[in-house]
Structures are given as C-alpha cells and as structure tokens.
Design a protein around this ligand. Structure first.
Ligand code: TMP
Length: 204
C-alpha cells in the first residue's frame, strides 16, 4: 500500500464517522502532513449542488433516481480524486460502501447495477482502508434527537438503519484486513486513539 492511502470513514447516522474524520484532519494538520478531504455526497462544487438536491427535505425522488444522483455526485469528484491519488493522503467521509449499504442493503436496489456504475465511475481508483463506525439503536436515536437540522435521509425508521448497518458489516466481513470496526457506543477518547494509531500505521 502507498503511504498516501485512500481512507474512507463509513457508518450510519450518528455513528461518529464525521467527528472522527475531522479529528484525523486536525491531527494531520498539526503534524503538517498534507491531505485531501472530501465528503459524499458533496465534496466539490457540482457535487455539493447535487447533495442539496438529494438531501433536501422537499425532494421526493424514487430510489433509482437517488442512486443515479449519488452516483452523479461521485462522478463529479473522481477527477479531483484521481489528480491527488497516491500524491496526497485522501480522506473521504462516505464513499462507495454507502451506496452498497443504503441503496442495496437498505433499499433493495440490484447490487450488480451498483457495481457496474462504480466500475464506470471509478475505473482504477481504489480505496485502501475503511473505518466502519457502528452504533447501537438506542444511542443512534438519542443522538439523532439532539440534531437540530435533519435531512431527507435522516428520516428513515430505525429498522432501516439497522438493516443498513448489517449491510455494512457484511461488506466489511468479506475484506477484514481492509476494515477497522469502531464501536461508537464505547469511550470516544479511546476510539480517537485507536483511529490515530491506525492512521499512523497506514501512512508510515
Ligand atoms: P451525511 O453526509 O450526513 O452522512 O448524509 C448523507 C446521507 O446520504 C446519509 O443518510 C447516507 C446517504 N447516502 C446514500 O444513501 N448513498 C450514498 O452513496 C451516499 C454517499 C450517501
């Protein structure tokens, strides 16, 4: 693996992934190590426009349209990602596993269709490592309640999110050496330390 890996943070709502990725960004900044950060959907000008469209509470696209919009948003990022691939550490808040977990495992869209779309969009761009953040139903619900702004995808039933999370775990179980599962029900400080230790290992 290159010491400029592509690292993705995944997980369902309120699993702590965005907090952890920000913590890693701050850590790298402090050490003057350059990196590229982006979130999906979003991450570039056009993708952010698509993000607003998908996640707007007034939108009511069907699940296939959502798949195409998430894919369009990713497609708009790929040039930027390829430009920095192996030149900078790349940190991404959600990527292709989100589509497999939400659109396939959650919403039942054919997995082969999703894989085909990813083949077209990604070409030879590959993820090196994924932190999968998991949270139990009770903690997810109580954290979600505290959010003052909810988007269209924050409004599924808790059963749906559990299905999505099981999907994530299934994906991770197939490539155990490429995933680290972070139990977000446990001590935050301890999780931060575990992640930073792994990051140091990945970039050395
Ligand atoms: P977040 O940025 O707050 O995590 O919200 C993004 C939402 O979009 C989240 O509910 C997961 C969902 N999503 C998908 O359903 N498929 C995807 O491919 C991506 C990137 C996100």
């Amino acid at each position: 693996m290159s010491n400029k890996p592509v690292i993705v943070f995944e997980g369902i709502e309120c699993s702590g992934k965005s907090l952890h990725i920000k913590n890693v960004c701050n850590y790298l900044k402090k050490r003057s190590i350059s990196y590229l950060y982006l979130r999906e959907p979003g991450g570039s000008k056009n993708s952010e426009i698509i993000r607003k469209l998908i996640l707007n509470k007034k939108s009511n696209f069907n699940k296939n349209t959502d798949l195409f919009l998430y894919s369009a948003s990713r497609s708009e990022n790929i040039q930027k990602l390829k430009k920095f691939h192996k030149k900078k550490i790349i940190l991404i808040d959600r990527f292709t596993d989100s589509t497999l977990a939400y659109q396939h495992f959650g919403l039942g869209i054919n997995i082969n269709l999703i894989k085909k779309i990813h083949n077209v969009i990604l070409d030879d761009f590959k993820i090196d490592f994924t932190f999968l953040n998991v949270v139990n139903n009770k903690n997810m619900l109580s954290r979600l309640k505290k959010r003052n702004k909810l988007n269209r995808y924050d409004k599924f039933s808790s059963k749906f999110y559990q299905k999505v999370q099981r999907g994530y775990l299934k994906i991770a179980s197939k490539r155990k050496n490429k995933y680290l599962i972070i139990n977000s029900n446990q001590d935050l400080k301890r999780n931060k330390e575990i992640i930073i230790r792994k990051i140091n290992d990945l970039i050395k």
